[in-house]
Design a protein around this ligand. Structure first.
Ligand SMILES: C[S@@+](CC[C@H](N)C(=O)[O-])C[C@H]1O[C@@H](n2cnc3c(N)ncnc32)[C@H](O)[C@@H]1O
Length: 410
């Protein structure tokens, strides 16, 4: 498959579906709170000093403008091979007077020609479409500063099994991405057996049969997917190292149904990458991997968050504003259940008791864990408080600012 066929595909079918206006969610895109949360995911020990330079590699139709709105103090440089996608970004740049945004029609394989170095690189939904994703990641690594961070999203193999079956079905029938063919394909999927491996996706993702989404999922000229061990192998070959998942609970054997199985203790003995690989196999429906990665020659620890030892007391927890508290129809002994709606796994809910509810309410993004837990005895802290804080973090209810802890080194 030639690189040109991917370019031609996105020239004709820009993805995601273009947005003429970001007004509806403008306050969210500009929210300093959301910016802080994202920064803490990438740099929990503190951002690199100075004005940030951010690369959005394969920016599609609106991502670059959203990043430029969120990061008014940064220089945002966005590249894509599809000029029609960039045209939509040009419209948004003009509409919102985004002076901090530069757009270039350029393959990420040529990114070195910009002669820039980046503190952050965002590359979501792109590298798995390259003929050689190893080369793509390598090229991005070359322009990442040593203390910088990358946010990457690539497809996950097992959860997309049904997609790959239907891609093959479409290839055998010679289906093309014309309006009529997409219409017929959507109508055909209505007849798909409920127990087909694609069936659950049709139910869970309401927009799946929208023509743009359908073309991107089932008629793409080139995509590949990764299992967790393949992802680690890829990072290793590219002289990168894994930092954290953007949403980590689905990968952790400490969260949800897997934690209640007879295998829980055995899973706990595995290394973290092996735990995540096992959780991916247990869940079966993870469709993409969103994660943070760093250069492997980074001088300082990138993800210093640990709940063993005493440093956790100096972390400042920050609640994620999109999480939900449910107070009705909750398990006995709890006063609420905490949900992160970004998780698509119904078992990832965290029941909380009266004491935990009180602790949770004290999290204000300013106080440290130590200050929040000040009134509790050492016995309670060791037995109940610290484990609860750790669970909040594991279940993606909070991120933490570890910059005040002595081991935090940026
Ligand atoms: C699925 S879209 C994702 C867009 C965006 N990252 C987002 O998350 O909304 C993939 C984008 O990658 C672009 N792309 C594919 N190969 C590329 C390459 N070699 N260099 C730069 N962009 C590329 C496509 O043109 C398309 O706009």
């Amino acid at each position: 498959m030639s690189p040109g066929s991917v370019q031609a595909f996105y020239e004709r079918l820009p993805y995601p579906p273009p947005l003429a206006s970001l007004d509806k969610n403008l306050a969210l895109f500009k929210s300093p709170e959301r910016r802080r949360i994202r920064s803490l995911l990438m740099f929990p020990g503190g951002e690199p000093d100075g004005r940030q330079t951010i690369l959005v590699a394969g920016c599609g139709t609106s991502q670059a403008a959203k990043v430029a709105l969120r990061e008014p103090d940064a220089r945002v440089i966005a590249i894509d091979i599809s000029n029609s996608s960039l045209d939509h970004q040009r419209g948004l740049k003009q509409k919102y007077a985004l002076e901090n945004l530069e757009l270039h029609q350029l393959s990420l394989l040529e990114v070195a020609s910009l002669e820039r170095a980046f503190d952050q690189i965002i590359c979501t939904g792109v590298l798995h479409h390259l003929p050689d994703p190893d080369e793509g990641l390598h090229r991005l690594r070359e322009v990442l500063v040593p203390g910088g961070a990358m946010q990457i999203m690539v497809y996950a193999s097992y959860g997309r099994a049904g997609i790959y079956m239907m891609q093959e079905y479409c290839r055998r029938l010679g289906i093309e991405a014309s309006d009529q063919e997409l219409h017929d394909l959507a109508a055909t999927l209505e007849f798909l057996p409920d127990d087909h491996p694609l069936g659950w996706m049709l139910h869970r993702f309401r927009d799946f049969t929208h023509p743009d989404a359908l073309a991107d999922a089932l008629l793409h000229p080139q995509d590949r997917a990764y299992t967790v061990p393949q992802l680690h192998g890829w990072l290793h070959r590219s002289e990168m190292c894994f930092g954290r998942w953007i949403e980590q609970a689905p990968y952790l054997p400490q969260c949800g149904a897997i934690a209640r199985t007879p295998h829980a203790a055995r899973l706990g003995l595995l290394s973290e990458p092996e735990q995540h690989a096992a959780a991916e196999l247990f869940r079966g429906v993870i469709t993409h991997h969103s994660f943070v990665a760093y250069r492997n020659d980074r001088a300082k620890p990138a993800q210093p968050v640990r709940f063993a030892g005493e440093q956790w007391r100096d972390y400042v927890p920050v609640r994620l504003p999109w999480t939900t508290i449910v107070r009705e129809q909750i398990p006995p002994g709890s006063v609420a259940v905490l949900l992160n709606p970004v998780h698509k796994h119904p078992d990832l809910v965290l029941p909380v008791n009266t004491m935990e509810n009180r602790l949770f309410a004290r999290i204000d993004g300013k106080r440290t864990f130590g200050e929040i837990a000040r009134d509790y005895s050492q016995k309670d802290i060791a037995g109940r408080v610290r484990p609860f804080f750790q669970r909040l973090w594991q279940y993606d209810q909070i991120v933490v600012d570890a910059s005040r802890a002595s081991h935090a080194t940026g």
